[in-house]
Structures are given as C-alpha cells and as structure tokens.
Design a protein around this ligand. Sequence first.
Ligand SMILES: Cc1cc2nc3c(=O)[nH]c(=O)nc-3n(C[C@H](O)[C@H](O)[C@H](O)COP(=O)(O)OP(=O)(O)OC[C@H]3O[C@@H](n4cnc5c(N)ncnc54)[C@H](O)[C@@H]3O)c2cc1C
Length: 400
Amino acid sequence: MNISFGKEYERFRDEVREFLDENLTDELRDAQRFCPGIFLDYEHNIAWHKILYKKGWVAPNWPEEFGGTGWDLMQRYIWSIEKAKAGAPDTAPMSLGMCGPMLIGCGSKAQQEQYLPRILSGEDYWCQGYSEPGSGSDLASLKLKATSDGDHYRLNGSKIWTSHAHYANKMFLLVRTNDQGKPQEGITFLLLDMATPGIRVEPILFASGTHEVNQVFFDDVRVPKANVVGEENKGWQVAKYLLEFERGGSTGNAARKVGLARLRTLAGMIPQGESTLADDTDFIRKLDETAVQLEAIQFTEFRMMAALSKGQRPGPESSVLKALSAEMQQQLTELAVEAMGQYSAVHQPEARTVGSNVSTVGPEDGVVAFSRYFNLRASSIAGGSNEVQRNIMAKLVLGL
Ligand SMILES: Cc1cc2nc3c(=O)[nH]c(=O)nc-3n(C[C@H](O)[C@H](O)[C@H](O)COP(=O)(O)OP(=O)(O)OC[C@H]3O[C@@H](n4cnc5c(N)ncnc54)[C@H](O)[C@@H]3O)c2cc1C
C-alpha cells in the first residue's frame, strides 16, 4: 500500500525525521538492535525516554491536557513508522502505557498531579504487581493481604513475574482487603514506593540468561490508605481498565514490518547452494504470508489508535490486538532463526554489548536471533495468555 500524505503531514514527517537524525544516537540504535529480550535495558530505555520528554513527545497516546502531544491519528501513524524505520527503542510500557492512562482515567486529581508529571519526566519508573504464585490467569484469586492499620495498610505476601521491579522506584499493585463474597469484590488497587521497608526483590533469570522479571516479597509493608486508586474493595474495575491499555495501547506493528523487511534483506545475503535463501520459494511464501497478516493487524491497530486519539479507552478489542501481535512477534523470531540457520546458534553475548568491537561469526542478526526466539515465547503469556485473550474475545467482543 502506498500512502501519500498531504503537505501538512509531509512537513510533520520531515520534522520527525530531523528529530530522529539529531537525537537517536548510534548507541541507542545498537541497544535496540541487539536487545535480546522483551524490554530494552533500563539505562538506554530511560536515556531515550528523557530525550523524548525534552522534545515533548514522550506520551503521544495521552490526552493533551495531561502532557500528550495532541497529534491526530495520521501524525501518530507517521511517528510510529518513522521511529521504527530509524531503529529507535520503545519506551517501557509500565509507566507511560499502563500507570499513566490508568491514573488519567481512574486516579484522583491529587494522584494525577503527584504522579503524572514524574512519569512524563522519567523520574518515576513503575512496575506492575498483579500476578502472584498461583494467581495469573485467575487473577481475582490473588491473596496478597492488606490489613487495615489506622490510616495505613500492612502488606504481607508476594508478587511474581514482576518485570523490571529491580529498576522500578514505584509499583502499582492489587491487594486483598476482603476475603468475603465474590473474589473480585475484595480487591483494592494501590500505589507504593519501592523503597518502603519490608520489600525484597529476588531475580528470576530467563533460559537465555537475561534478567527481566522478579519475585517481590512483602513483609509487613506499610502503605498509606491515601494511595488507594478508586475505593477500597473496588480495585477490580481499575485493574481491568488498566489491562485494556496494557493489551491495546501499543503501536508495535510498524517495528514488526521493519523486522520483516530486514528478513527479506537477510534472505538475499544467506547462501543456499548456488543461490541464496531469497530464491527459496517456500521461505519467501512464509514472508509474504507474514506481510499479509501484519497488514491485517495494522487496521486493528488503526482502530485502536483512532479510539485513543479521541480520548476513548481501547475496549475489550484490545485482546484481539494483544493475541495477534504476540503471535506475529513469535512468528518473526521463528523466521529469523530459520533464515540464519547455523548462525543463529552462535553464542556471542559479548558481541551484543553496546559499543562492543567483537566481530560476529555470521550476520549480526545471528547474535540475538536465538535469545529473542526464546524470550518472545513469553509474549503469548505476559499481559494475559493468548487462551485467556480468546476467552475475552468470545465473551465480550463476539458476545458468545
Ligand atoms: C515475561 C513475562 C513478564 C511478565 N510481567 C509481569 C508483570 O510485570 N507483572 C505481573 O503482574 N505479571 C507479569 N507476568 C505474569 C503474566 O501476567 C502471567 O504469567 C499470565 O497472566 C499467566 O499466568 P500464569 O503464569 O499464572 O499461568 P496460568 O494462569 O497458570 O496458566 C497456565 C496455562 O493455562 C492456560 N489457562 C489458564 N486459565 C485458562 C482458561 N480459563 N481458559 C483457557 N486456558 C487457560 C493459560 O493460557 C496457560 O497456557 C509476566 C509474565 C511473563 C512470562
């Protein structure tokens, strides 16, 4: 599809390109290119966040009155395409993509004033305390106990799979304030400071060796009741509101299209007998099928972006986007391993360190192909498994 923009949008695209040329350093590009997992490391993540903040472009999906860019749908699309083409990193989703929109939709004025500016500036880095050992898909069964103690709660229990808890200075979490009645009716949504005494963060390492997730233990952790979002025992509604943004707030399709284009280039470089992989009709058919699927997802993403640009919430349709995007991410990592063949099995972690001068054994893409393949198995689990997303689609989208 060839979209030509009007003059006004061409000017905007030029401004975006100029900004990326001037601000996206080789170091940041390399950090993204050699990122072996789901999240970019904190150091580069926050460096890019602060560059975007200085320009006023850190939160394109937020309403303008809270610090968003005020861009229309086309401008958001241009931004997502241009930054993906330039190889720019994504910002971490927990602060800008989840906590911010949740506070805008459900927080008190005081909470909005206290936290939103610090999310924009990157001063606060949030993690998400939803899952517990034994409570993942069945989230409402969560047990982390918050006992009333005057104007505070005392928290005891644990959260698991907490992404980047080892970097975060804040956590939004779900706690149990009532054991009676339906499980959903005894859950409260809380905000807490990770420096509060009694919190312990223990790493969980992935099979690829990377450290992204943790288990977090709470031993008599005192949290002010003023940190409740919404009302005590009514946190389930807030939790579900946030999940819509977690599942539907991303605009990652542009980056996947760039990844597919890179695979086509690679196919032309990888020898196969007398010719290259680009002459392998079976492999090219798989790339073409992926291209068609990505185009279909693009239109779902447009619908979501259109809703967000009008200040609406993503709705349960976000589950469609979440499940399909996870499958596409995985498909692309599978195709990368297939394309790279034996070069994807090369273990050269030192070659993917930013600024490293170690030459790679095969094509550069090989040094992250397998770790991405492994790590992105998690994308159809994190944020709610694909089976659970399909249950939501059946119930809330199709009305079955
Ligand atoms: C990389 C990664 C990062 C994560 N980051 C965070 C984070 O930052 N914060 C956080 O709170 N959580 C996080 N999670 C946790 C994630 O939300 C849970 O793993 C997820 O919700 C699934 O829960 P579970 O692991 O307990 O699996 P289970 O709920 O035990 O599910 C096991 C299997 O059973 C299937 N299943 C369960 N129930 C049903 C059903 N009703 N119908 C059909 N199939 C079903 C599931 O699809 C899955 O295949 C992360 C997970 C991963 C892998």
